[in-house]
Every structure is written in C-alpha cells, then in structure tokens.
Write a protein that binds this ligand. Structure first.
Ligand code: NAD
Length: 342
C-alpha cells in the first residue's frame, strides 16, 4: 500500500481519490498515469500536483512498455482510467473497448509479472443492465445494454480472470452515478449546472423518467479506499447508498440550487439507448468493510453548484470547445514528454 499507481488520476473520480491518498500517512508515493484525453485535466489535481509524494506520468494504459515499467515500481494499482461517457460510446465503441478492455488487460499483465500486492479495478452499476424493479447484488449476472457498460463489464471479467488464473489480488468496485466538483461538463449534473448558471436552457431526454442513484464522489472514494486496504482478493463490492432520483427529480433539485425554474427546461427525444433504472444492494461492503456513505444530497449538490459558480475559468472553455462534443481520441505522447516529475 505504500506505493500506489493510480490510472486516470486526472479525471473526475481519480483526482478526488489521489488527493485522499496523499492525505494518508502510510502512503509514501502516488503515481498518476493519465493520457489526458478530453476528460482528463491536470488542474483537477490542484495543489496535490505540487506534493513531493506525487509523480505525474502522461501516457496511456495501452502502452505495455510504459505500464510494465510503472507497475514494477509500485505495490498497488487503483485503476480508474477509462472512456466513461455513455453517449460517446454510441459513436466511438472501438475506443471504449480498446481503452477499457485492452487497457485493463495491459495493466493486469504487468501486475502478474511484478507480483503487485493490491489491484482495485473501478467499475460501475451499469454492468448489471437496466433493473425496472429490484436491486443487483455482486453475484447477479451482467447484462450491459450500451457499449460503455459492455466495455466495463468485459473489463471486470478480464480483471477477475487474472485473479482466478494468476492469483493477482484483484478487487472490483461497482459504484452508482457519482457527482461532485471537477466533473467534466458533459455528464448530466455539470452539463445542466453550467448551462443554468449561464442562463441557458437544458434538455431532458424522453420524459425524464430514468432513475439513477446519485452518490457523492467522496463517498465512492471512501468505499474504494476501504476496498484497497481491506477488500478480499477476487471479490466484487457494490458501492451505493446515494439518493435514487428520476432525471425529472434531479432537474428539479438543480433548478432550485441554481435559482432557475421550469422555463429553462425543454424535452428532447430519448437517447439511442437509455436504461430505465439502475439499483444495487451495497450491504456487502457495509457489512464486511464498514462502508457508510455520509454525504447528504442537498448539501452535496449545493457544494457542487458552488464549485462550478466559483470556477467558470475551469469549465467555460470546455463547454465552448467543440472537441468536447467529438468522439474520444487518445493522446500518444512521445516518450520524452511523458514524464512530468515535480
Ligand atoms: P473521467 O472520464 O472523468 O476520467 C477518466 C480519466 O481516464 C481521464 O483523466 C482520462 O484522461 C483518463 N484516460 C482515458 N483513457 C486513458 C488511457 N488510455 N490511458 C490513461 N488514461 C486514460 O471518468 P470518471 O467519471 O472519473 O470515472 C473514473 C472511473 O470510474 C471509470 O473507470 C468509470 O467507468 C468509473 N465509474 C464512473 C462513474 C461516474 O459516475 N462518473 C460511476 C461508476 C464508475
């Protein structure tokens, strides 16, 4: 646990997790490996970037040589790096499968070679597919219905296969939808917040009836850290316990916090595929590892909106950047540019 390699540490959840790790006295070194795709921003790391314990490496998890070299220098891997936006997966499925599945396999191969002591693969409730009723436990079948979820389900299975085949001490976490500061303004909460703060309209897919469980990013990171420290190798842990909301209810809450009204809301056609509801049972991580979410939704949304209100310089250029609306591409940095060590 003293030397941790975090992939995707410049993304939304990864950057929160890196800051959390750096506050731990028993963590001597954290290395972030991130390709800085459209979704990765060094600025997400803030002052953590200056920590003497942090090393930032600009590169891709698909670069087997780089991954091998980095894994050899660490005792634990926490794997966040992924293409993460469902809508983009409709037009760029190959990139999703490449990054999410082959990237995971590349890391797992290096973990075998170097006898890594802990390997946490970060995944999502979307792998269980739509659940009109009921809740999914970790033993339920995977029924992903969109390319993003399929690529994550495949990567979960690849990661777990390395436990069964090579005894890599892999744990998988599956969390519900995260929200909080530093999220790229393509996902529904930051998209709606940034538009409402500019006085622009927002568009709900369909009738807004889809249900998601909204979990504060810090609660998810607390769960991931518990799994990193005490998870049983080969096990999957659902991380839930947020608030179930239809998108209509979520919109109502965001309008309230942003000081807007229903006049700002229009309705558009539903997206190509849109799972009606996700729901997970998270008693396993609560009972075995003492996980308990602590963030209240109203407080968390207020804090999140306040962050976007105070940091227009962070998100306004991203909202204006047409690249943000294009299919994801990888940055294959030349080796000399990869390593930024402070
Ligand atoms: P994000 O899109 O904000 O961040 C992804 C990060 O991965 C970015 O920094 C990006 O530059 C990096 N990356 C992409 N391709 C890479 C590559 N080939 N090599 C190295 N780095 C690469 O995503 P997020 O919302 O922070 O999600 C992090 C993880 O958590 C993902 O695995 C996602 O599937 C999972 N997850 C997210 C949510 C959510 O609500 N956001 C919920 C459950 C699970």
């Amino acid at each position: 646990m003293d030397k941790v390699l975090v992939t995707g540490g410049a993304g939304f959840i990864g950057s929160h997790f890196v800051k959390r790790l750096l506050r731990s006295d028993d963590v001597a070194k954290v290395t972030v490996l991130d390709a800085l795709t459209y979704a990765g921003h060094i600025e997400n790391l803030g002052e953590a970037f200056l920590s003497p314990k942090l090393r930032f490496v600009h590169g891709t998890i698909l670069d087997a040589g780089l991954v091998d070299d980095l894994v050899s220098q660490h005792t634990a891997v926490v794997h966040f790096a992924a293409e993460s936006h469902v809508d983009r997966s409709f037009s760029a499925a190959r990139t999703f499968l490449s990054t999410n599945v082959l990237g995971t396999q590349t890391l797992a191969d290096a973990a075998v070679k170097h006898g890594i002591q802990r390997f946490v693969h970060v995944s999502t409730d979307e792998v269980y597919g739509p659940l009109p009723v009921g809740t999914a436990t970790e033993d339920d079948p995977l029924r992903p219905s969109v390319p993003y979820a399929a690529s994550k389900a495949a990567s979960d299975l690849v990661a777990l296969s390395y436990f069964h085949t090579y005894e890599v001490p892999v744990c998988v976490t599956r969390s519900s939808n995260n929200y909080g500061p530093y999220q790229h303004p393509e996902k529904i909460i930051p998209l709606f917040v940034t538009r409402l703060l500019r006085g622009e309209p927002v568009t709900l897919h369909g009738r807004g009836q889809h249900v998601r469980n909204w979990l504060h990013v810090e609660d998810n990171c607390a769960g991931i850290e518990l799994v990193l420290r005490g998870g049983v190798p080969g096990e999957v842990y659902n991380i839930g316990g947020g608030t179930d909301l239809t998108n209509l209810e979520l919109t109502e809450a965001l309008l309230r916090v942003c000081g807007a009204d229903w006049g700002s809301v229009t309705y558009g056609p539903d997206r190509r595929a849109n799972d009606i509801r996700y729901s997970m049972d998270w008693t396993k991580i609560a009972d075995h590892l003492g996980y308990q979410p602590t963030r209240d939704l109203d407080d968390g949304l207020a804090e999140t909106v306040e962050w976007y209100r105070r940091n227009p310089d962070r998100w306004a250029p991203l909202s204006r950047n047409p690249q943000a609306a294009m299919p994801a591409v990888h940055i294959a940095a030349p080796r000399s540019e990869r390593d930024h060590v402070l």
